[in-house]
Each structure stands twice: as structure tokens, then as C-alpha cells.
Design a protein around this ligand. Structure first.
Ligand code: FRU
Length: 472
């Protein structure tokens, strides 16, 4: 007899997010299938609805007309068919002939073998006419197996259209144990020709053993390979998360399949940022979603029947070979009232007089007469749940949160003016520094409404605007 599983229930709302995409309940990881279809942005996500743990992966689904108000739709893909029997893993979406095509990885364990590292993967297609109901393609898979010089790691297809053809890249690992990205092309989204690797890790410890969730696009005058390598060793202030998300810029030739590329660099400097995916929006912006968490984290919200969320959507730009991120401008549509605005000279700690769990803060700190400045979020016992500090002495920005491995750091260009754009949402904080030159994405867990304090070690003139944000 088949057991009918019921979605897990939320038992406590204390950490629930107000304006970020998260599942109604259950587990989320990577964003998938980001696309624009018939007047709506669609985002899907790796999802297990029956527990707040990773399990056989489904594709959860939400859509929005404006990127900021999201409506949850029924689950789009459920695993268990012959070509995705152990999971519908990450993938992407494109629009073709008025239909939405989802291209995703089928995950397969070997019957009777319960070692989670023993698996194989193939690539599949599902099609929708209305953007709500999906039908798996009857002749799946569309890519049945990895090339011979590859291990079992062969997943996360990203598809796009360019120069009159469809292109697909996959995250993979070659037989010598190094991460790489493979490229295919097609004229019909069904028959794919293998064209070989586009890029490969040149060092196990510096560039990793497996490249998950690749994305490949041009921005400004460069080509960007964005991906999430596993296995990079920590190096001082860099690569301190379990896995990293970052990018390489370079020049790419579609005809020779050659990517002349620079070194890998991290995209965000916080603890909780992984598995990104972009699209080219109808207005030409390069938009980004990511998982606002990290493998190996504790996920205190699991006790409450859910786990994980997506970052607030961001716009990417490239300046001097470096990616900048900012929240999409549609953020303004979420502002419901101004909680505070003004200018003050501060010296020491300066608590702000407002109280909210979902807000946006735009702050400029002029540091002509101080060497350190930043802010903290404190609970009702004055415990710091998060502190950001910029030091002019070494141009480091550090973010600290309580607990083991609580510090993350980045170096920014020397400046006397620190501009902070901060999004707070119950159990998340996203910080954009100096127009997106550096960002920190953090989950923090407190049941209190945290107090916001500006900090400095000398006289700083501060100007600020704080807006209450609408909750979906
Ligand atoms: C990245 C990832 C992907 C995979 C998915 C499974 O976080 O490991 O490579 O498709 O998650 O849920």
C-alpha cells in the first residue's frame, strides 16, 4: 500500500520571513528555473515538502509580476518517474514558442545501495503552456549520460538562447577529480550536441573538486562564468564557507568553445549565500537569485517546520572585472512608511529609535574624523546578534555574528565614506556596501525585535533613511 505523505506544518512563526521567497513549509535549497513568462517572473526552488530536511527533491514554485510580491504556486515537479526516480535536481527554464521549458537533472540511486555518494544523473525536460502545470517530456532524458571522462557528478543544466541557437552548460567533475563546466548546443531544446568543457578547475584546493550550479553570460564587455564550487580550501579571510559561490570573468568564443578566463573570486562575503542563478530580464538587467543559506548550517528554523529561503533578488553589473550587486529597484514598491530619517553626528554607539523586523536602511557614514565605523543589531539583553565594522586602517569590513566561526571579512577600496544599504527580514540580513562593491548575506536567529545601533570610534556624520517594508 502506498503511504500518502502530508506536507509538514509550521509550528512557530518566530523566524518566518516577511518579504523573501520561502516555502509555505518544509525544506528549500537552490533557486531553479528563474524566467519571465507571460507577464510574470517565475522562480522555482529545490524543495522537500514533507520535512524540514533535504529529501527527494521536488521543484517548489512562486511567481511575481514585480519581483517583490510573490505568490506560491503548486509544486511544479515531483520526483519518482523512471528518469528522475530519486529526485528532480537543479536546473533552469527558457521560454520557446509560447511555452515554458524546464530543463532539470534527474537524480538516481542504485537499487539496494544506500551509500549517498553512489548515484548517477541525467538531464530531463518538462513543458508548461500556462506556467502553472508541467508535463514531463515523454521521451526523457534529453541528455542520458555523462561523457566518458566524467564522474557521476553531472548536473544543474543552465540553458539560454544566443546567436540563433540554444546553449546548455552543466556542472560536473572530470575523472581526475577536478570541477569543470561542460557545454552542449541544440536547435530544438531536445537533441543536444556535446561540445566539450568550457572551463575546468586548475587546482583542487584553490578551485575545487565539483562545480555546482553554473551560469554563463555576457555582462558589459566580458563573459562571466558564475558557479558554486565545492572543496576550495580556506585562505585567510577567503573561502571560509563549506562551499563557495563565485565567478571568473573572461573572453569567450562560441565558435571555438574557448574561455580565456581570470581567477575565481567570491561573489558575496557572508555566511549564507549559495547556488545562484541569473536571467536577462525583459528590460536588459542581469538579475540574480540565490539560496540564502549554506550546506552544513544549523538551520534553527527546522524546529518550526521549515528550512531555508532565497535571497532578495539582485541586479548584477560589472565594473573593472568585478561583479557588483544591488537589490532590484522594485524594492521601493515594498516601502510602506518611513520609520526614521535624519542626520546626526555620532561618536560611540548611537541606537536608532524605531522598532521593526522587516525594514530597509540606507545609511551614509562620513568618517573624516574616525577610523572605524559600522552598526550592530542587539537583542533585549544587549547581546550583539550582528555587528559590521569598517576599519580605515586596513580597509577591511568585518561582519560578526555570535557563535563558532562567526566572523566574515572582505577588503574594499579605501574610503572616508561608508555607504550601507541593509535589508532586514526577521531572520535574515543582507548588507550592500558602497553601491554593491561588497555584500554580506547572513541568517540570524533571535525572537526579539532587534535594536539598530550605529557605531564609531570618533566623530562620524551620519545620514539615514529607514523604511518599513511590506510583508507578502
Ligand atoms: C547545490 C546542489 C545541486 C543539486 C541540488 C540538489 O546546492 O547540490 O548541485 O542539483 O543542490 O538539491
Amino acid at each position: 500500500m502506498q503511504t500518502i505523505l502530508k506536507p509538514i506544518e509550521i509550528t512557530n512563526e518566530r523566524y518566518r520571513l516577511g518579504y523573501h521567497v520561502a516555502a509555505k513549509s518544509g525544506w528549500i535549497n537552490d533557486p531553479n528555473g528563474f524566467c519571465y513568462f507571460k507577464g510574470y517572473y517565475h522562480i522555482f526552488y529545490q524543495h522537500y515538502p514533507f520535512a524540514a530536511e533535504w529529501g527527494p527533491m521536488h521543484w517548489g514554485h512562486a511567481r511575481s509580476k514585480d519581483l517583490v510580491h510573490w505568490e506560491t504556486l503548486p509544486i511544479a515537479l515531483t520526483p519518482g518517474d523512471k528518469e528522475d526516480e530519486s529526485g528532480c535536481f537543479s536546473g533552469s527554464a527558457v521560454v520557446h514558442d509560447g511555452k515554458m521549458y524546464l530543463i532539470y537533472t534527474g537524480h538516481h540511486y542504485y537499487p539496494g545501495d544506500d551509500n549517498p555518494d553512489h548515484f548517477w544523473q541525467n538531464q530531463n525536460l518538462a513543458i508548461s503552456e500556462d506556467g502553472i502545470h508541467f508535463k514531463k517530456y515523454e521521451n526523457n532524458p534529453i541528455i542520458s549520460q555523462a561523457p566518458e571522462d566524467n564522474t557521476q557528478h553531472f548536473r544543474d543544466p543552465k540553458v539560454w538562447y544566443e546567436n540563433g541557437n540554444w546553449h546548455l552548460i552543466l556542472g560536473s567533475q572530470s575523472n581526475d577529480g577536478l570541477g569543470r563546466v561542460l557545454r552542449y548546443d541544440s536547435d530544438n531544446l531536445i537533441d543536444w550536441n556535446y561540445l566539450g568543457p568550457v572551463a575546468k578547475s586548475n587546482n583542487l584546493k584553490k578551485e575545487g573538486y565539483m562545480w555546482e550550479c553554473p551560469d554563463f553570460f555576457s555582462l558589459g564587455d566580458k563573459q562571466v562564468l558564475l558557479m558554486s564550487p565545492q572543496g576550495i580550501d580556506a585562505e585567510g579571510i577567503h573561502y571560509n564557507n563549506e562551499n563557495e559561490t563565485g565567478y571568473m570573468t573572461g573572453d569567450f568564443s562560441y565558435t571555438d568553445n574557448k574561455f580565456e578566463r581570470n581567477n575565481f573570486q567570491e561573489l558575496d562575503s557572508g555566511h549564507d549565500f549559495y547556488a545562484t542563478q541569473t536571467i536577462l530580464a525583459p528590460d536588459g538587467r542581469r538579475l540574480l537569485f540565490g539560496w540564502m543559506d549554506m550546506w552544513g548550517s544549523e538551520f534553527p528554523e527546522k524546529q518550526d517546520g521549515w528550512s531555508g529561503a532565497l535571497i532578495f533578488p539582485r541586479e548584477l553589473t560589472l565594473k573593472n572585472d568585478k561583479l557588483y550587486m544591488k537589490p532590484v529597484d522594485e524594492l521601493k514598491l515594498l516601502r510602506t512608511s518611513e520609520l526614521l530619517n535624519g542626520e546626526s553626528n555620532i561618536n560611540g554607539s548611537y541606537p536608532f529609535d524605531f522598532s521593526s523586523k522587516q525594514y530597509e536602511a540606507e545609511i551614509t557614514l562620513n568618517m573624516d574624523n574616525a577610523t572605524e565605523a559600522g552598526f550592530s543589531l542587539t537583542d533585549s539583553n544587549d547581546q550583539e546578534m550582528l555587528r559590521l565594522q569598517y576599519s580605515k586602517n586596513n580597509n577591511h569590513v568585518s561582519v560578526m555574528r555570535p557563535g563558532k566561526d562567526g566572523v566574515r571579512e572582505v577588503v574594499i577600496s579605501a574610503t572616508d565614506t561608508l555607504k550601507l544599504h541593509i535589508l532586514v527580514d526577521t531572520s535574515s540580513v543582507e548588507i550592500f556596501i558602497n553601491d554593491g562593491e561588497a555584500t554580506f548575506t547572513e541568517r540570524i536567529y533571535s525572537e526579539d525585535t532587534l535594536r539598530f545601533n550605529l557605531l564609531s570610534n570618533g566623530e562620524v556624520s551620519a545620514s539615514y533613511d529607514i523604511y518599513q517594508l511590506d510583508t507578502n
